[in-house]
Design a protein around this ligand. Structure first.
Ligand code: 5AD
Ligand code: FES
Length: 361
């Protein structure tokens, strides 16, 4: 079948997805054009902000790919004070960002649960309920997710990282703390509680095949996610996965595959929210803008206080680690206008997808 015909289909098979992931030259251009058309039709040439507050890099887990893993001793650990977090949230509110995302290393304990709960209440109060809040604080018990939902968080991002159980096992220690099944259970409980649920994967991991990536896209479709955050895997020298760096695709190919994943998911799930991830910009100075062009509609400007930013290094080359939040806003406005896209201020930017799913429950 010609690529043009695949792009016209109602629903894509795995083989067709693989073909799209392998597309080159004019076929690749056709894929990107189709994704851009769908984005324009279902979403508009728009992006919404989620002001990102990386409030702590203290993590109880040891994922083999991640720079803030517990076992990395070459990293200064930090934990923002409540007032620093609140003032970052206030910055987002006063600058009309619409939403924030609170992200941290993964901790599961009562003190952490209570702290996040209290912060959620305070942020809701400070903004008169107007600031939307996404949480990205890892795997937790259903009761904890529930408490945070009741305290005001309404979106949750938990990347599955890879939908292949075998690959998951290769990139995580094999123990109860890093269980693929638990991750799946967490995603289900988030959805059951009523969160707008987001997941995503890393693209270009060692041992990962094109077939795995096609399965990842099918996983997201079958799970009926509301939001997706996907980006290229970038090796980090202080992590165990570095040992397999020899197996990696060249960085430009990982970048290209990431854009294709975004474009194909936009075609498969027309009305979800999709992030233009910061990891894309770590590879290409206009990486996020390229992602916006082919389907992404969410940007996460970093509003973590500058002095801590350098310590939230999930991977190397993380952009904007030394800039003030204000600079980021101006710089983003100029960048987004380059791809003929408008930033929508002061709105939560919930998906039509979520609204429809809620109605059908
Ligand atoms: N390269 C790219 N993304 C990474 N993440 C963690 N480590 C890396 C890396 N080396 C991503 C994971 C995680 C998110 C917060 O950052 O997907 O879910
Ligand atoms: Fe922190 Fe994976 S290393 S959750």
């Amino acid at each position: 079948m010609k690529l043009q015909d695949i792009l016209e289909k109602e629903s894509l098979s795995k083989d067709e997805i693989v073909k799209l992931l392998q597309s080159k030259d004019e076929d690749r251009t056709l894929l990107f054009r189709k994704a851009a058309e769908i984005k324009e039709k279902y979403i508009g040439k728009k992006v919404w902000f989620r002001g990102l507050i990386e409030f702590s890099n203290i993590c109880g887990k040891d994922c083999y790919y991640c720079g803030i893993r517990k076992g990395n001793k070459n990293l200064k650990r930090y934990n923002l004070s409540d007032s620093e977090i609140l003032s970052a949230a206030k910055f987002a509110y006063e600058n009309n960002y619409g939403s924030i995302a609170l992200q941290s290393g993964e901790l599961e304990n009562d003190t952490f649960t209570k702290r996040v709960e209290k912060l959620l209440f305070e942020i809701k109060k400070m903004s008169g309920g107007k600031l939307g809040i996404t949480l990205s604080t890892g795997e937790q018990k259903p009761e904890v997710y529930k408490r945070w939902f009741e305290a005001g968080a309404h979106r949750y991002l938990l990347r599955i990282e890879t939908s292949s159980r075998e690959l998951y096992r290769k990139i995580h220690p094999y123990n109860a703390k890093h269980s693929f099944d638990r991750r799946l259970e967490c995603l289900h409980s988030l959805q059951d509680i009523g969160y707008q649920t987001g997941t995503g994967v890393m693209i270009g991991l060692p041992f990962q095949s094109t077939s795995d990536l096609a399965d990842d896209l099918i996983f997201m479709r079958d799970f009926d996610i509301d939001m997706a955050g996907m980006g290229p895997y970038i090796e980090h020298p202080d992590t165990p996965l570095m040992e397999h760096a020899g197996l990696l695709l060249p960085i430009a190919e990982r970048f290209d595959l990431s854009l294709k994943m975004i474009a194909i998911l936009r075609i498969m799930m027309k009305d979800i929210n999709m992030v233009a991830s910061t990891a894309l910009q770590a590879i290409d100075p206009v990486g996020r803008e390229k992602a916006i062009k082919v389907g992404a509609n969410i940007l996460m400007p970093n509003i973590t206080p500058g002095k801590y930013r350098d310590s939230y290094r999930l991977y190397n080359n993380k952009p904007c680690t030394d800039e003030a939040a204000e600079d980021c806003r101006g710089c983003l406005e100029a960048r987004v206008s380059l791809v003929d896209t408008e930033i929508i201020y002061g709105e939560w930017g919930d998906t039509l997808h979520y609204e429809k799913r809620k109605r059908s429950i």
